[in-house]
Structures are given as C-alpha cells and as structure tokens.
Design a protein around this ligand. Structure first.
Ligand code: SAM
Length: 249
C-alpha cells in the first residue's frame, strides 16, 4: 500500500526487529535510511533481498532535495520505508520533517513499531512509569546543560535523558547539584547488548561511581521525580483520610 512507513530497527541485538518490519523492508518500493550501510547490513543479516532497489540517504537537516524526491515517489503511488540508524525513527533521530511534509501532502504516514531505548530503559530501571518526561540529549555547554536540568526539575514524572559516555559523570554531577544529591537515579548502559548494565543509586553516588573512569557504550539516564510528588491513588486516599480525621463537625 502506498505511503511512508517508519521502520524501527534494533538498538543493539540484531534479532530485535519485528517480522512486520522485515516484511515492509522486503516489499517497499523505495528504501531510505539515515545510514544506508546500516540498513543494508541489517537486511543482509535477516536475508531480506535488496533486489534492484537503492537505499536513499535521508537526514532531516540536509534532506530537502531527498524529501521532495520521496514525495514524488508517494505521489506516484509507491510505498517508501524509512529507517534511522538504530531504534525508532524520530526518537532523537531524523524523521520529524519527513513525517510533517508527507502528512501535509496528504499521504499516509504509518509505522512498524519496535525498539527504542526510552521504553527499554523504563522497563528495567525500576522507577515509576505512570508518567515520564523524555528530555533527549542535554546541551553540551555546562551552563546550558544546568539550565536544561533546572527546567525539568519539578516535572511530576520520571525524567529520561540520552547521554554520551564521555559526558556521563559530568551530567550526573550537574544533576546532583541542580536536582538534589539524594534523588534516586538509574544509569542504563548498553541495553540489549552483551555488556548491558543497570546501575542504581542516588545522583551523588552515581556521579562519583562513574567519575574518574572511562565510561563506554550507549547510555540512558533516568531520574526519579522529586520526592513528595507522588500522587498515587493510595496517597490521595490517605491524604483524604487524614483530612477527614482532622475535620471537626
Ligand atoms: N532512535 C533511537 C531510539 O529509539 O532509542 C535513539 C537514537 S539516539 C541518536 C542514540 C542514543 O540513544 C544513544 O546515545 C543513547 O543515549 C541511546 N541509546 C540507543 N541505543 C542504546 C542502548 N542499546 N543502550 C543504551 N542507550 C541507548
């Protein structure tokens, strides 16, 4: 069926891809990817033939020309599959401008969902998942990074950040200063890969445990909401109970 298909790809282990994603890669008229080599390699691993199709390189910030080309394919009734380098397109990855342009042009935009580091990290961190805020990558410069942390410090949900291994200790140190040294946090490293690691602790403990060592791999940092912000049904119930007990008739 004609339309743009966003295809989620693995975040570490090649077999973490859905059967439907493979079907779409096998049958799409046109293939496009953030990293053409990674997509070709993934298709090779899973025995999906490329046939005489080329893989077009597309990135949001350099892709105006390619975007128009993809629209022409859609206008001609073709199906287009797009994959980012890893995980779900548009999640800290290209695809937003493509989705916007294609939907504004009146074409179908749909997806073959699959892995994303956000959901994987939330699944195993052990922090509340009823509400969370994905803050993506914080800015590189120290002041901007601290301002970014300050902007989310009162969000009533688990905070989720993507972080580079080189900056991890510094980011944890800034988070301890801005959000409070004793806030609980979790560092998830190399999810779904051989050296997967989940380290839990207070922000200041994590900052010192990752400080002074060379950290490697891909990282998600999760930080618990500010204590006292837990509006669970039980808490509301007990607060009401307390209020009733103190009421004088
Ligand atoms: N589109 C991807 C997704 O759906 O998660 C994210 C792409 S973003 C450019 C890459 C960042 O995602 C990494 O720097 C890291 O913060 C996080 N990430 C991706 N794969 C990961 C993994 N296997 N373990 C931990 N973090 C990961």
């Amino acid at each position: 069926k004609a339309g743009l298909y966003f295809v989620a790809t693995p975040i570490g282990t090649a077999r973490d891809i859905t059967l439907r994603a493979l079907d779409i890669l096998a049958s799409a008229d046109v293939l496009a990817a953030e990293d053409t080599r990674s997509l070709r390699r993934l298709m090779e691993i899973h025995g999906v033939p490329l046939g005489d199709r080329k893989v077009l390189a597309y990135h949001d910030h350099s892709g105006e020309g390619v975007r128009q080309k993809l629209i022409e394919h859609l206008d001609a009734g073709r199906s287009v599959a797009y994959a980012s380098e890893a995980g779900t397109p548009l999640i800290a990855d290209p695809g937003y401008h493509l989705a916007k342009t294609v939907s504004e042009a009146g074409h179908l935009v749909t997806s073959a969902p699959g892995p994303t580091a956000i959901a994987t990290a939330l699944t195993l961190a052990g922090l509340p998942t009823d509400a969370f805020f994905f803050a993506g990558f914080l800015p590189n410069a120290k002041t901007a990074r601290r301002n970014g942390l300050d902007a989310v410090k009162d969000v009533p949900g688990t905070l989720v950040f993507y972080e580079s291994p080189k900056r991890l200790a510094e980011m944890l140190g800034d988070a301890a200063d801005v959000l409070g040294a004793s806030r609980n946090a979790v560092v998830c490293r190399e999810l779904t890969k051989k050296f997967e690691e989940v380290r839990r602790g207070e922000l200041s403990e994590l900052a010192s445990s990752f400080g002074g060592q060379q950290v490697k791999g891909e990282i998600v940092v999760l930080i618990d909401r500010k204590q006292g912000d837990d509006n669970s049904a039980e808490d509301i119930e007990s607060a009401l109970q307390k209020a009733l007990e103190n009421m004088t008739v």
